[in-house]
Design a protein. Structure first.
Length: 266
């Protein structure tokens, strides 16, 4: 099996470059923000960070395809880099420090592309998380200064902490009652939002998290980090990986119960 460590090192280089660009424009008074056709915001920093990453990849991995939130798909082949230049743009443009660059390498496999490398870098929080297939998941300031991640061993919902992003999406999909029922069963709920709950599942400080509507670039890096930390990452349909258009992540012990509640429709 390929070890993917060269790709992981490259992903860190890409994250370093993106961090420099996004941090430089964070809280800038003249930051330019537009509204995309899907009514979500995009800043000049989103576009600049993705352009920077694409430029690095074109030089370092010219045969690999790239899929990014801002500029779509470029290239073909069995290897595909998936990039969200700023996950949490709404936080970014309001000066909230919970945002990150998400970088993943996906490789063609039976049943579709699967993530084999993932880096989530949140420079305003001073945090970075990463994983490579078969090598575990880690957090730290660099590859040489890191701690291995492992999900929690909480086995009862009444002891579990559940994180989410918002209520509106669950209501729009007719899943709000199941979501609220789950919230009543667990020990604690918190709306941390975006990438952060998945990273907390990976490091064991949160036991469950889910979102009802997502794109591949929102999930690919999170998925490999959670699973390499020993957890479960599926769609709400139970399909493993980041391809279902939504996500449920857990320590694995509580995953079936998580899906059971979130698939209640009444």
């Amino acid at each position: 099996m390929p070890d993917y460590l060269d790709d992981l090192r490259l992903a860190h280089v890409l994250a370093d470059a993106a961090d420099a660009a996004t941090t430089d424009r964070f809280k800038a008074l003249d930051l330019k923000v537009e509204t995309k056709p899907d009514m979500t915001p995009v800043s000049e920093a989103d576009r600049a960070a993705e352009e920077l990453i694409r430029g690095h990849l074109q030089r370092a991995r010219p045969r690999d395809a790239v899929l990014g939130e801002e500029y779509g798909i470029e290239g073909t082949g069995p290897r595909r880099w998936v990039v969200d230049p700023i996950d949490g743009t709404k936080n970014y443009v309001r000066g909230v420090p919970v945002w990150a660059t998400l970088i993943s390498l996906m490789e063609a496999a039976e049943g579709g592309y699967e993530p084999v490398v993932g880096v989530v870098s949140a420079p305003a929080l001073g945090r970075r998380w990463w994983a490579a297939k078969g090598h575990g998941a880690f957090s730290g300031r660099s590859l040489t200064s890191a701690s291995r991640l492992h999900v929690s061993r909480v086995a009862e919902l009444s002891d579990a902490s559940f994180a989410y992003s918002s209520l509106s999406g669950w209501e729009e999909q007719g899943r709000l009652n199941g979501f609220l029922d789950l919230g009543r069963e667990v020990w604690r709920t918190r709306a941390y939002g975006d990438f952060w709950p998945y990273m907390m599942v990976a490091e064991g400080s949160v036991d469950l998290c889910a979102e009802p509507e997502l794109s591949l670039w929102d999930m690919a890096a999170n998925a490999i980090i959670v699973t390499e930390a020993g957890g479960a990452f599926t769609g709400l349909d139970g399909r493993p990986g980041p391809h279902s258009g939504n996500a449920a992540a857990s320590n694995g012990l509580l995953h079936d119960e998580l899906l059971g509640y979130l698939n209640q429709r009444y």
